[in-house]
Design a protein around this ligand. Structure first.
Ligand SMILES: *Cc1c(COP(=O)(O)O)cnc(C)c1O
Length: 375
C-alpha cells in the first residue's frame, strides 16, 4: 500500500503526461515559454486571481512573495507554529523575524486569537514592526481567513497565504490561492497538485507585484529590455517540462481528483468518528486533503496504532513531529512549549493516514479496520 499513490495517478494519466513531456522536448522550449504561460493562465483562472507567476518551488514562492511586499529587517512575520518549516523560515530569508503563533486544535490551522495576542506582544515590546501574517492552509484546509483578514486589516498588515498544501481548497466558493494580498503554492510531487520534481507558483491581483515577480524570477530582468537587469533578482522559474506535466494533472485534479479525495475523507470519517478524533471541516469550507490527519488519545496510543498499521503494511506519517518552536533552526529564539499548548498537543497525538485520489473504499475500510483493532 502507498501513502500517496503517485504511480496509480501516472497510470491513469500516462498518455497525456507522456505526450506533454515529448511536446516540450520536440519544441525545445525548455525555459518559460508557452507551456508555462498556459499553466499560469489556467491556474489563475481556477483560483480566481488576476495573476499567477510560476517559480522554482514553494519555498521560493514564499520568499519572493515576502520580497515583493517589501518585507525585511526589523519586520515581524507571523506564521503558525504547526507547519512545514518553510512557512516560518521564509521570514529569515528576507532578513525579517518569524513570530510563531499557536494553532486551533480542531482545524490544525493558525488560531486567530493567538495571532492577535502575538501581534499585541510584538507591538508592546517595540523592537519589531508587525508587517505580515502567513496563514497556512494546512493539510488542504484553508485557514480561518474571515478572522485573520480582519485582524491584518486592524493592524495594517499584509497577508501572504501559504497554500503549498492548500491548492483547491475553498471557503464559501472562494478558492485557495485567492486569499489576502498574495498567495504561494508548491508543486512538490506529494502536494494536492504536484509535478515530477520541484515547482511552485505565486498568485496576486496586484499588477505591480506581478511585474516585480516576473522580473525577479529572472535575475531582475527589465520587462522591456531583456538584457537590462534593473534590480536584484534570483533564478527561479518553473521548468517547461514540469509545467507541461502539470497541465493534464491540473485537469484531472479539477475534473475528479479533488472530488475523489473528498469521498475518501467521508469514508474515513464515517468509519472512525467517535473512535479517534477525525479532522474538522468547518461549515462552508472545502479541503483538498493534502493529508487526512487523526488525533489519538495520547502519544503512547498514537505510537501503538502506527506500529500496528506498519505490521499490516499500512504506511502512516507523523505530520508534524515537532512545532516550529521546537526546531533546531529556531533554538536561539528560546521559545517555550507552554506558549504553544495546541501545537505540543498535536505533535504528540497526530497521525496522517494514506490519502490520495486513487484510494478505494475497500482500502479505506481495511485501514479503518486495522486502526479499530489496534485501539
Ligand atoms: C511543501 C511546503 C512548502 C514548501 O514547498 P517546496 O516546494 O517544498 O519548497 C511551504 N509551506 C508548506 C506548508 C508546505 O507544505
Amino acid at each position: 500500500m502507498k501513502f500517496r499513490d503517485l504511480g496509480a495517478q501516472y497510470q491513469a494519466l500516462k498518455p497525456e503526461i507522456d505526450a506533454a513531456i515529448s511536446d516540450v522536448i520536440e519544441s525545445t522550449g525548455f525555459i518559460l515559454g508557452k507551456h508555462v504561460t498556459e499553466l499560469e493562465n489556467a491556474l489563475a483562472a481556477y483560483a480566481g486571481r488576476k495573476h499567477c507567476i510560476a517559480v522554482g518551488n514553494g519555498t521560493d514562492a514564499l520568499h519572493l512573495a515576502l520580497d515583493a511586499l517589501g518585507v525585511g529587517a526589523g519586520d515581524a512575520v507571523f506564521a503558525p507554529d504547526f507547519t512545514y518549516v518553510a512557512s516560518a523560515v521564509c521570514a529569515n530569508l528576507v532578513g525579517a523575524t518569524p513570530v510563531m503563533v499557536d494553532i486551533d486544535l480542531d482545524t490544525f490551522n493558525m488560531s486567530p486569537e493567538a495571532l492577535e495576542k502575538a501581534i499585541l506582544k510584538v507591538k508592546e515590546e517595540g523592537k519589531l514592526t508587525p508587517k505580515v501574517v502567513v496563514p497556512v492552509d494546512l493539510f488542504g484546509l484553508p485557514a480561518d481567513f474571515d478572522k485573520i483578514l480582519a485582524i491584518a486589516k486592524k493592524y495594517d498588515m499584509y497577508v501572504l497565504e501559504d497554500a503549498a498544501q492548500g491548492f483547491g481548497g475553498e471557503i464559501n466558493g472562494k478558492m485557495a490561492c485567492s486569499f489576502g494580498d498574495i498567495s504561494a503554492t508548491s508543486f512538490f510531487p506529494a502536494k494536492p497538485l504536484g509535478c515530477y520534481g520541484d515547482g511552485g507558483a505565486i498568485f496576486t491581483d496586484d499588477d505591480k507585484i506581478d511585474e516585480y515577480l516576473r522580473s525577479v524570477r529572472v535575475l531582475g530582468r527589465s520587462t522591456v529590455d531583456k538584457y537590462d537587469n534593473v534590480r536584484v533578482g534570483t533564478n527561479s522559474r518553473l521548468d517547461a517540462i514540469q509545467a507541461a506535466i502539470l497541465m493534464p494533472k491540473f485537469n484531472a485534479f479539477a475534473d475528479y481528483e479533488k472530488d475523489n479525495v473528498n469521498k475518501a475523507a467521508v469514508w474515513y470519517t464515517n468509519r472512525l468518528k467517535g473512535k479517534v478524533v477525525t479532522p474538522t471541516v468547518p461549515e462552508g469550507y472545502v479541503s483538498s486533503w493534502a493529508q487526512y490527519t487523526i488525533l489519538l488519545k495520547d502519544s503512547a496510543e498514537r505510537d501503538r496504532v502506527q506500529a500496528a498499521l506498519k505490521e499490516k503494511d499500512i504506511p502512516t506519517m507523523i505530520y508534524y513531529p515537532r512545532g516550529m518552536h521546537q526546531q533546531g533552526v529556531f533554538a536561539g529564539m528560546n521559545l517555550k512549549d507552554e506558549d504553544f499548548p495546541n501545537t505540543v498537543n498535536a505533535v504528540g497525538r497526530c497521525l496522517a493516514l494514506p490519502m490520495h485520489p486513487y484510494l478505494t473504499e475497500d482500502v479505506v475500510n481495511e485501514i479503518a479496520d486495522a486502526i479499530i483493532a489496534a485501539l
